[in-house]
Structures are given as C-alpha cells and as structure tokens.
Design a protein around this ligand. Structure first.
Ligand SMILES: NC(=O)c1ccc[n+]([C@@H]2O[C@H](COP(=O)([O-])OP(=O)(O)OC[C@H]3O[C@@H](n4cnc5c(N)ncnc54)[C@H](OP(=O)(O)O)[C@@H]3O)[C@@H](O)[C@H]2O)c1
Length: 211
C-alpha cells in the first residue's frame, strides 16, 4: 500500500522511516522539495520525493500531514479536493512558541485539535488523529518492541478511518488502541493524559477506561 507523508521534519521523517521499515510505499513532500527528496534517498526504494504536496497524493490511499498546527489549514485548503477519498492522519499538536520562547497552546483549553481539524477538511473526509502522542525519538526507539508491543493511541470517527489507521500503526511497529471519536483527541495532545506514554496493551486499556 502507498501512503503520502506531507512534512518531513522531526515527526514526519520518523513516521516515514517506521512505515517504510514495515513495508509501506511512501510518497514524500515538504515545503522545500529538496528535504523530501533527501529523506526519500535515505529511505531507499520504498520512498519517492514528490515535487509538491498535490503530486505526493497521487496513488496514495492515505496521507499523514506531519505539519505544524499553524500550517495545517493552508495545506488542507491547497489539497482538499484530493483528500475526500483518502484517510487523513494528523499527528500535529495545537502548540506553538510564544514571544518568551515558551510552548503555548494555540486553542482554548476545552477545544481539541481533532474537532478543529475536522472542520477544516471537506465533509466526510476520513480523519484519524494519530502518531502525535510520542516524540520522534520514542517512536523510533519503541517501534517493534518485544515481547510486548508498545501502544499508539488514536482518535477517529467511523469504521473506515479506524481500520485504515490501525493498519498504518501496525505497519509502523505498534499496537493500535482507539481512545474514542475525534472529540477525544485532547487526551492525545500535549497536556493530555495519554500524551508521551510508552505502555503495553493491558495498561493502555486500563488508562483509557480510567479517565
Ligand atoms: N517532533 C516531534 O517529536 C513531534 C512528536 C509528536 C508530534 N509532533 C507534532 O507534529 C507537528 C510537526 O512537528 P515537527 O517537529 O515534525 O515539525 P518540523 O520539524 O518543523 O517539520 C515540519 C515540516 O513541515 C514542512 N512544511 C512546512 N510548510 C509546509 C507546506 N506548506 N507544505 C508542505 N510541507 C510543509 C516542513 O518542510 P521543510 O522541511 O521543507 O521545511 C517540514 O518538513 C507539530 O504539530 C508537533 O507538535 C512533533
């Protein structure tokens, strides 16, 4: 299967390496197409660098938008007509750097990024908030953990988005676990109770139920 990854920075490149190592074919794009081309060359035959975001989507059944939150809407507007029949996976956290250099939340406390992102996409686009709960370093270190796999939590509405993101999470070397619908994505984000955890399936199930 082929997945597009738009954004080949810290988290996009880690997701790309993990998916490629699980056998996924990749089409990569970044703001400067040279970054995507370099990552594709590093990964090898499984990946190609696209010249732009729209070209990256050609032939891809799913797309990971590994972009800073402030860039997401612009890329969704640019590619929206191509997104409606593909799974859209978003690992972005709704945070930025404030004038003092501190990490600051970009949304009101009661609003999850999943709800905001769903509103930016064409109606009916399958969406999963996933791959943003762990740092890039943890994602690379705990992929294919043995004997007990590490869990990657996700939030999604509808069966199709759930099934497709679970396949990608398994391909990347993790055990998928659904936290709930898109409105539950706040639990996955920076500051959420399931953010930055490395746990196995039994502990993950008790954490989901325990909220
Ligand atoms: N880094 C982590 O460990 C981590 C972990 C979990 C979640 N996240 C979340 O993931 C999101 C991305 O973080 P990051 O650390 O990967 O950011 P990053 O290192 O700054 O990478 C952002 C990527 O977006 C690309 N980009 C920017 N504008 C674009 C556009 N218009 N079209 C296509 N590509 C564009 C950049 O392209 P160029 O390379 O050409 O500049 C770059 O490859 C953030 O919301 C963050 O909170 C990050």
């Amino acid at each position: 299967m082929t997945t597009a990854i738009i954004g080949t920075g810290g988290i996009g490149s880690a997701i790309a390496r993990r998916l490629a190592s699980g056998g996924e074919a990749l089409r990569l794009a970044s703001a400067d197409s040279e970054s995507a081309r370099r990552l594709a060359a590093e990964i090898g035959r499984a990946a190609v660098g696209a010249v732009n975001n729209r070209e990256a989507l050609q032939g891809a059944g799913a797309v990971v938008l590994a972009l800073r939150f402030t860039v997401l809407k612009g890329v969704m507007d640019e590619t929206g007509d191509l997104l409606t029949d593909r799974l859209v996976v978003v690992p972005s956290n709704p945070v930025g750097i404030d004038a003092q250099g501190n990490i600051a939340r970009l949304l009101p406390e009661e609003q999850s990024s999943g709800e905001v992102v769903a509103g930016w996409l064409p109606a009916g686009t399958p969406l999963a908030m996933a791959f943003g709960t762990m740092s890039a370093g943890l994602l690379e270190s705990f992929s294919n953990r043995s004997p007990e796999p590490a869990v990657l939590f996700y939030a999604a509405d509808g069966n199709r988005a759930g099934e497709e993101v679970e396949r990608l999470i398994r391909t990347a070397g993790f055990e998928p676990m659904k936290v709930g619908g898109i409105e539950q994505s706040g639990r996955l984000e920076v500051g959420g109770d399931l953010h930055d955890l490395v746990v196995g399936p039994a502990e993950a199930r008790s954490l989901i139920g325990g909220a």
